[in-house]
Design a protein around this ligand. Sequence first.
Ligand SMILES: Nc1ncnc2c1ncn2[C@@H]1O[C@H](COP(=O)(O)OP(=O)(O)OP(=O)(O)O)[C@@H](O)[C@H]1O
Ligand SMILES: [Mg+2]
Length: 270
Amino acid sequence: MSHTTPLHRFAQLVSTGDSVAPQGPVRLGVDLGTGNIVLAAVDGTDAPIAGASVHSTVVRDGVVVDWLGAVKAVRGLKEVVEARLGVRFDSAAVAVPPGIDAGTSKVFNNVVEASGLEVLEVVDEPVAAATALGVQTGAVIDVGHGTTGVSILRDGVVQASIDEATGGHHMTLVIAGALGMGYEDAELFKRDPANADLVFGVVRPTLEKMATIAARALEGQADLPIHLVGGASSLPGTAQVFSAVIGAPVTASPDPLFPTPLGTAMRRTS
Ligand SMILES: Nc1ncnc2c1ncn2[C@@H]1O[C@H](COP(=O)(O)OP(=O)(O)OP(=O)(O)O)[C@@H](O)[C@H]1O
Ligand SMILES: [Mg+2]
């Protein structure tokens, strides 16, 4: 256990439902994604202490499309995390897609507040991911369920970002079409590690399209280290596809579903 990174520890806490006794003041983070809603709790040392996640249909392309569903999901996850820790939360940091307008950002705020949590901080998703990865300056490519986002960070601040509609959802559609399955079956088939080789072959053109989106966004940024996060980067070989298309090294995050939620809960040093 001593070699477990905080990111991997957090992934384990989400999947096992375990918790860790906190040291010092606790902090909660909320990541409302297109594919997953994840709550992360850290203690006073920013170490992960508990987490919970649920598959989501309440956000689409960075917009909350089911307000009541989102509130119920966040409230339910808050209660799960509280029960796991024996701690009550009355506030949380919330992650928002980069580059959204103030009105859309306010909706994310309102969801968290309607769930019984005062908003402590609104964090750009790539800043959250970079916090969990310990990155201050670099490019963060986030391949989520709905979109591929690319953000350039310098000294912990987003300088530029784009978000385009190709993500894990599109991979699932391609699998459903190619293998003659319904969407839900294709989604489960995609995530089963036993199918990774077959899936990778089928979705490779989709990954190349995501990589092309990233390459365009990264033109003229050759000096920056490039980090890959988001659940749709889970398939082995994904970073190599991105690296080949971009023409520069790309570092895949382990446990790529979790940098954004964990980093949302963590405190910013800059
Ligand atoms: N083992 C896996 N192999 C392939 N894809 C996976 C795996 N695990 C999760 N995914 C995919 O990751 C996607 C969800 O990733 P993530 O939670 O980062 O997205 P999100 O934050 O909810 O979406 P967005 O950022 O687009 O709003 C889904 O498409 C899911 O199918
Ligand atoms: Mg996301």
